[in-house]
Design a protein around this ligand. Structure first.
Ligand SMILES: NC(=O)c1ccc[n+]([C@@H]2O[C@H](COP(=O)([O-])OP(=O)(O)OC[C@H]3O[C@@H](n4cnc5c(N)ncnc54)[C@H](O)[C@@H]3O)[C@@H](O)[C@H]2O)c1
Length: 437
């Protein structure tokens, strides 16, 4: 079946097919036809996990990175513009590892073309984007496999922490703190500095973002090797290109708590951070969310601390050495965790007590989980329903920060009830790059 006719029929609710069939896959040997979009930096981390599939298209705005990827996948059709790449005939899915400000548009455009999507974190940089990704995914529910690239989710410790909370190790759960210590201060958008190199399609790099003059500072040093996946630190603090640490390490670190809490969207949000800067997201920030009660716990307070803001430790040394962690406070004590280990600190433990964390071995690959789900229609751990709710919550912290006051939120309507604050839930898109296309 042609993909477009499938979409027409499914939109009309006339046809429901298992995911492998929905994708219109025709390749022999049960292999997926995949496009890799963003093939330098973090994109390279996915090469091995997809190399058993048919890689049929590569896309990058940097021709050098495209040429390097083409050596790994010789003879594959290449693109500079992801809008063209998504039209590649016979595609089943995409792996997206581009800049944060393109994630939601690429994910939405891809799903609307019936494509499975693996997308690097963060899934969105505005609340509207998170909601729009979720709405598009839910329209296709059961037909498309999606995954956000929060690969730590595969750690066995994630399952264990959830189990401990549900077993009541902390007693009645009251509040949760999650924190990250990464600090990347930026002075503001960079001034014009020369022309883009001939191998970089800078206008396509900007894509949906407002025009900004070219400056090599957004790209690091093109000529010297950098740690793959670290270039995002050159651009993700700018409002037009990312969501700062909320989207960066926040996506990974909040995931451990989100997995354990069965959380609905928050109803009240407040924020406290360094003074607002119109160009760059804050380094130091603390956001607080009222997370509604569910069938196994009462309402809880969830707090995110970043860039030097830290929660109160239960003992003097409990948080030492945990750059990115979470802790769960209940009537019986506190469970302190990092992505791979945890320790329970009973209430009343002396301040100077020293308890060591228990490391938890074992992990699964969320990339492999996604590929399997594309083929057999199964579920994925960080699908766009689960992950969009988490990033929507985190982004609401930035909305309260920008509003400069606590905000109420109606997650059903996606509104704070105040037009001025609601304007902070979204951004505008350059002509030709709509969020939903
Ligand atoms: N899951 C993780 O642990 C992890 C680690 C590092 C980075 N990341 C995420 O991966 C993404 C990329 O980060 P990075 O450091 O590799 O950044 P980067 O700037 O190096 O970009 C990655 C690649 O995408 C290309 N690209 C950028 N915009 C594009 C576009 N519009 N169309 C096609 N190609 C485009 C770049 O040229 C580059 O080859 C970010 O969203 C980041 O948050 C995730």
């Amino acid at each position: 079946m042609r993909r477009r006719s499938f979409l027409k029929q499914s939109a009309a609710g006339l046809l429901i097919l298992p995911s492998g069939i929905a994708s219109g896959r025709t390749s022999p040997n049960n292999k997926l036809n995949l496009a890799l979009i963003g093939v330098g930096g973090r994109g390279m981390a996915h090469f091995d996990s997809v190399s058993g599939e048919n890689i049929v298209a590569l896309c990058d705005v940097n021709e050098r990175n495209l040429a390097a990827a083409a050596k790994k996948f010789p003879g594959v059709k290449t693109y500079h513009d992801w809008r063209r790449c998504l039209e590649h005939e016979g595609l089943d899915g995409i792996v997206c590892a581009t800049t944060d400000h393109t994630h939601a548009p690429i994910a939405i455009w891809a799903m609307r073309r019936g494509l499975h999507v693996y997308c690097e974190k963060p899934l969105a940089i505005t609340v509207e984007e998170a909601r729009s990704v979720r709405a598009t995914f839910l329209e296709q529910q059961g037909k498309l496999a999606t995954q956000v690239g929060t690969q730590l989710h595969g750690n066995e410790n994630f399952r264990k922490v959830r189990e401990l909370i549900r077993e009541g190790v902390v007693g009645e759960l009251k509040s949760v703190d999650v924190w990250g210590n990464r600090e990347i201060p930026k002075p503001g958008y960079l001034p014009a500095a020369g022309e883009p190199p001939e191998f970089l399609h800078y206008d396509l790099w900007l894509g949906p973002a407002p025009a900004h003059p070219y400056n090599p500072g957004y790209f690091g040093d093109f000529d010297s090797a950098q740690v793959p996946g670290s270039n995002c630190l050159n651009w993700n603090m700018y409002w037009d290109f990312g969501a700062g640490q909320v989207g960066d390490m926040g996506s990974h670190t909040m995931d451990l708590a989100w997995n354990a809490l069965d959380a609905a969207l928050p109803t009240r949000i407040s924020a406290d951070g360094e003074p607002f800067h119109p160009d760059v997201t804050p380094v130091r920030l603390r956001t607080t969310f009222a997370i509604p009660a569910n069938d196994w716990r009462k309402e809880i307070e969830l707090r995110w601390h970043q860039g030097g803001a830290m929660p109160e430790p239960p003992t003097d040394t409990a948080l030492r050495g945990i750059g990115h962690g979470s802790m769960y406070h209940g009537t019986k004590g506190t469970l302190v965790c990092d992505p791979g280990s945890h320790v329970f600190i009973p209430a009343g433990t002396p301040r100077d007590a020293r308890l060591s964390r228990t490391g938890v071995r074992g992990k699964f690959s969320i990339q492999e989980e996604w590929i399997k789900a594309c083929k057999d229609g199964g579920t994925t751990s960080c699908n766009f329903d689960y992950a969009s709710r988490m990033i929507e919550t985190m982004l609401l912290g930035l909305v309260a920060y920008r509003a400069g006051k606590p905000v109420s939120y109606d997650g059903t309507k996606g509104s704070t009830g105040d037009a001025t604050t609601d304007a902070l839930l979204r951004r505008s898109y350059r002509e030709g790059w709509p969020l939903v296309g």
